[in-house]
Design a protein around this ligand. Structure first.
Ligand code: SOE
Length: 374
């Protein structure tokens, strides 16, 4: 079978992650587009790919490209993804799918009407123990749910000398920490628990009032001693949710929590058992049981649910993590393009769901009131 031809638009940290996953999934990278034609030429040379596209029009005019990976700052997602879909290309678009609910809805409608595969990398769904947790909850092992709680904490913006395009609402959108990482937690917890948030009460805080004016190329950039500017997006957020089934949930999100690099954590407590997951220790699923008993399910190809075993590509003890999640997500997207129906593939519909939650979280934080989600 001929290789899928792909283009990567946006060549920062996440563009490089897409590149690696695409190559491992057997695609041929036809070319790249970047923040300037010169950067596109530099990256094309460094990556050894044939084309350095001028802009998105140049990308979508390439008949060899069947899939466009949109890895740009958030405010460009709508225009890039729309151009690709209108040209009949399949799309993987980074999250958040768009900076407004209306834009996300328009993209999902376009993908559906053109019958194209369009996916969003909610990649934490691809940790094998996440599949295990979902299977156990679906089989009723937890019983009716009592409580969902957790946090997603990072520290890469702790230093006021750190800045990034995500901090600027004109580039990242009206919410930063919630749209950037709270969105992952909500997608994951709704998908694992099988329950959907119906209402929310949220609050935002900006705890670092000023940051360096230098936004750098990478999300780890910190520039000491430079000029400072006011911050207009939230560093931390807290949200309470109630699901349609009536289960209460709470979430704390931060990008300024020292020592927490990428700690997405949740616990789901049911009448018969609890499960807990920590993305920084992603090989293990904690299972709490009555009578002071507890168990740990360890990732591996030999046990557990079919999806857990499918995604366990290494023997137990040979740690899998973020990179393998991304690889599995991209490979499943390409399988869907070939006509398969991989389980749990996050699509533009999930991107719309996420945009709806973010929209209602922002509304609740602004009005200081409980707000209906669906
Ligand atoms: C930065 O907060 C970031 O790279 C997010 O944008 C990703 O979605 C998350 O997976 C890791 O952290």
């Amino acid at each position: 079978m001929p290789k899928l031809g792909i283009a990567i638009v946006g060549t920062g940290m996440i563009g490089a992650v897409h590149r690696r996953a695409a190559l491992l999934a057997g695609a041929e990278i036809r070319g790249v587009a970047a923040s300037s034609p010169q950067r596109a030429r530099d990256v094309a040379q460094a990556w050894g790919v044939p084309r350095a596209y001028r802009d998105i029009e140049d990308v979508v005019a390439d008949p060899q490209v069947q899939v466009v990976h949109v890895c740009t700052p958030n405010h460009l997602h709508r225009g890039m993804a729309q151009a690709a879909l209108e040209a009949g290309k399949h799309v993987i678009c980074e999250k958040p799918l768009a900076t407004t609910l209306e834009d996300a809805q328009a993209l999902a409608a376009l993908a559906a009407s053109n019958a194209l595969v369009a996916t969003v990398p909610f990649v934490y769904r691809y940790h094998p123990v996440i599949r295990e947790a979902r299977a156990r909850i679906a089989q009723g092992e937890l019983g009716p749910l009592h409580l969902i709680h957790g946090s997603y904490l990072q520290d890469w913006l702790l230093d006021p000398a750190s800045n990034n395009w995500r901090v600027d609402p004109a580039l990242g959108g009206a919410s930063r920490v919630f749209a950037d990482i709270g969105s992952h937690w909500c997608d994951l917890v709704e998908w694992v628990s099988g329950e959907r948030f119906a209402e929310v009460s949220a609050a935002f805080a900006t705890v670092i009032a000023e940051r360096s004016t230098d936004t750098g190329q990478s999300f780890t950039t910190a520039v000491a001693g430079g000029a400072m500017q006011a911050v207009a997006s939230e560093d931390v957020a807290a949200a309470m949710f109630r699901t349609g089934a009536g289960t209460l949930a709470s979430l704390t999100v931060s990008q300024v929590s020292a020592g927490r690099h990428n700690r997405l954590w949740f616990e789901i407590d049911g009448a018969k058992a609890s499960v807990a997951f920590n993305q920084e220790d992603a090989e293990r699923l904690w299972i709490g049981l009555p009578d002071q008993r507890e168990e740990v399910f360890v990732r591996g190809p030999g046990a557990g649910s079919a999806e857990q075993r499918r995604l366990s590509v290494l023997p137990a003890g040979h740690a899998q993590g973020y990179a393998q999640c991304f690889e599995a997500f991209v490979a499943d997207t390409y399988r869907a393009i070939e006509g398969e129906q991989p389980q749990g593939l996050p699509t533009f519909e999930d991107g719309v769901r996420s945009a709806l939650i973010v929209d209602r979280v922002i509304a609740s934080a602004r009005t200081r009131a409980w707000t209906t989600i669906s």
